[in-house]
Design a protein around this ligand. Structure first.
Ligand SMILES: [Fe+2]
Ligand SMILES: [Fe+2]
Length: 269
């Protein structure tokens, strides 16, 4: 296991940055331009865009709900301070998509897009990992350090560091190819800046845990491998069909690159 990777910013520094940069207001983004663009899409194109936004929305709601378990249980005060800003930011990310549906796409049943490939990793399994932390914390039984390690790997390395980071490329590609939906991309850029801090903090925590508890390496590696195997099916869901004509292969490639990068940051080669 490599320990070459180093911390770029401390939790306290990230907390201080969040106090300034994490306070943008989703309600203040003017969506007028995107509303006009929405009218120009055909029903199939709308469906593909809604599908991606729905998965983002459901993911943001789920991470907002589960992060409190992690924050309560992390021993370090500075980390808890930073995580309080992260919870606030995740809630705002969900708010951005909620508002985008209300003002641009119309009424959408986002849960209808939670096929098994996404529902497990984004909702059910993540909630379970949060509850495992809660049980270990409240009962005094169970392996709390391992529960924290696996939660960080699932939440920060997989959901934020692989799935969300890859999903942003979908919107970048959409705007680059069509010149449409600039306000959606504006929101995504603000979300992405917040997520950068979440990722730095989460991957540092994970790497430190693996150095401190070498027996966590095997279960973490297994989690990474299981999730890598799901990448093609997840990509298929978003790109089948593909009426917006975006580059499926490029996005899948980015997904694997993000996955490998997170493994390296965790200290696993
Ligand atoms: Fe988020
Ligand atoms: Fe996040």
């Amino acid at each position: 296991m490599s320990t070459a990777a180093h911390t770029t910013k401390s939790p306290r520094q990230l907390y201080n940055i969040a106090k300034t940069l994490g306070i943008w207001d989703p309600a203040k983004i003017d969506l007028t331009e995107d509303k006009a663009h929405w009218q120009m899409l055909n029903p199939d194109q709308r469906e593909q865009l809604i599908k991606t936004c729905a998965l983002f929305y459901e993911g943001e709601v789920s991470v907002s709900d589960t992060l409190a378990w992690f924050m309560l249980a992390v021993p370090d005060l500075d980390r808890r301070m930073f995580l309080s800003t992260q919870i606030f930011e995740e809630v705002k990310h969900a708010e951005f998509f909620e508002r985008y549906f209300q003002e641009v796409c119309g009424k959408v049943d986002t849960s209808a897009y939670l096929v098994p490939e996404y529902k497990g990793v984004l909702l059910d399994e993540l909630r379970q990992r949060g509850e495992t932390i809660g049980q270990a914390l409240t009962s005094g039984n169970g392996d709390l350090p391992l529960a924290l390690t696996l939660f960080a790997c699932h939440y920060m390395a997989v959901v934020e560091g692989t799935m969300a980071l890859t999903g942003y490329e979908f919107f970048e590609d959409l705007l680059a190819k069509t010149g449409m939906f600039p306000r959606l991309l504006e929101g995504i850029k603000l979300i992405r800046a917040d997520e950068g801090r979440h990722l730095v903090h989460g991957m540092d925590f994970l790497r430190e845990q693996l150095i401190k508890y070498p027996d966590h390496v095997a279960p973490v590696r297994e989690l990474f491998n299981t999730q890598a195997a799901n990448i093609p099916r997840r990509t298929d869901f978003v790109f089948t069909p593909n009426p917006l004509g975006l580059d499926r292969e490029r996005i899948q490639q980015i997904s694997y690159e993000n996955h490998n990068q997170r493994m390296r940051e965790a200290g696993l080669e």
